[in-house]
Design a protein. Structure first.
Length: 375
């Protein structure tokens, strides 16, 4: 029977959650095109569950801690107003929701025997997407157009994430999935926070504006190109990407937070990577085996910092090759001066905003511990 903790309820409407104990209970829903309330599958259910008639559930659809169910579906279901949750269903191997297109939130976790999603029509609308600790081999059937947050973490057989979403209003996190994961978001234009980790390739060609942070950590791609990116409002980070040799962000103008390029073992040249960058609002930290010129120019007065860096120049020192450091520049980047290790003195607190010229990126030969003193 469909029951709440307290009483038997009418089959098409509940004030809270109705529990399906077995496939026989589903018969009570056969007259319902819309179920008002939430549905949960009992944890001790052993039947294959198929909710055949319901087209919409206004609340949640939940199956968790159900170790004996192998198959779950809803042949006519098109919409779930709340959350669709599958969690800790150890032998679930078949999921069949051929008409489902709209979900409030989708959360799948701890599904070791489910390899494919049965979303034939494709889910195009969801507020949040959270898929963790599964053995899914594909996300075919999920093609979101707009979403607030996406978390795809620790799915070791998953080798591709491809979505047409144009806006991510909160966050995207992709990490610890298949070792050849291809992450592709061809239409993504705006996002708040984006984190890519352990990916073999990342494609975000339309990305124009990140209001929060953008980070790439421990990936294995050799090149990253964001031809339309103009603004990162928070931190921009490239950390421990072992195969990375080329970064191209040709029209990036502003980084509102910190700028990190650290421990990318084969990245040696950034001279053509950020050719339009004008301002960095936070700390600047570069570590690596850079070999090209070090050109630092600022509209602020950075005398002490120029002296510090000047002391590290030399073929056997930290900064190898041409070194330029100048403060009090009306138009940073317009000067072609060579090695400079002085500027009129002022307090470092006056240099809170660093303007970097179109040709003023940094190349450091060996390890530059940090440039935090600039700010």
């Amino acid at each position: 029977m469909l029951v709440s903790p307290a009483q038997t309820l009418a089959p098409c409407s509940v004030s809270g959650t109705a529990t399906i104990q077995n496939q026989g209970d589903v018969t009570a829903l056969s007259t319902c095109s819309t179920f008002s309330g939430s549905l949960a599958i009992a944890t001790d259910t052993t039947d294959k569950i198929n909710i055949a008639s319901v087209r919409a559930v206004t609340g949640d659809l939940v199956m968790e801690n159900a170790p004996n169910i192998t198959s779950f579906g809803a042949d006519s279901l098109q919409q779930i107003g709340g959350s669709f949750i599958l969690n800790n269903c150890q032998i679930l191997s078949s999921l069949t929701f051929p008409d489902l297109t709209n979900v409030g939130n989708l959360k799948f976790e701890a599904l070791p025997n489910l390899q494919q999603l049965g979303f034939t029509t494709s889910i195009g609308q969801a507020n949040t997407l959270d898929i963790q600790n599964t053995f899914l081999t594909t996300l075919n059937g999920i093609n979101l157009q707009k979403v607030s947050s996406v978390t795809i973490v620790n799915n070791p057989l998953l080798q591709a994430v491809n979505m047409q979403v144009s806006n991510i209003s909160q966050s995207l996190t992709i990490a610890s999935n298949g070792n050849r994961l291809q992450a592709s978001f061809p239409n993504l234009e705006t996002a708040q926070n984006l984190t890519f980790r352990d990916s073999q390739s990342v494609s975000i060609p339309s990305l124009a504006n990140v209001t929060g942070s953008l980070g790439f950590y421990e990936n294995t791609f050799d090149s990253l190109n964001t031809p339309n990116l103009t603004l990162v409002g928070g931190t921009l980070a490239f950390v421990s990407n072992s195969e990375l040799t080329n970064i191209s962000m040709p029209i990036l103008k502003s980084i509102g937070g910190g700028f990190q390029v650290q421990n990318n073992s084969v990245l040696v040249d950034l001279s053509d990577s950020f050719t339009s960058l004008q301002s960095i609002g936070g700390a600047l930290a570069f570590f690596g085996n850079f070999t090209s010129a070090f050109n630092l120019q600022s509209s602020a007065n950075i005398s002490a910092d120029c002296v510090t860096f000047g002391s590290k120049v030399g073929s056997s020192n930290v900064i190898k090759g041409k070194f330029t450091c100048q403060g009090n520049q009306t138009n940073p980047g317009s000067s072609t001066a060579t090695t400079t290790a002085s500027a009129s003195s002022t307090k470092k607190s006056d240099a809170r905003h660093l303007d970097i010229s179109s040709n003023a990126m940094i190349g450091i030969g060996s390890v530059l511990a940090a440039m935090l003193g600039i700010f």
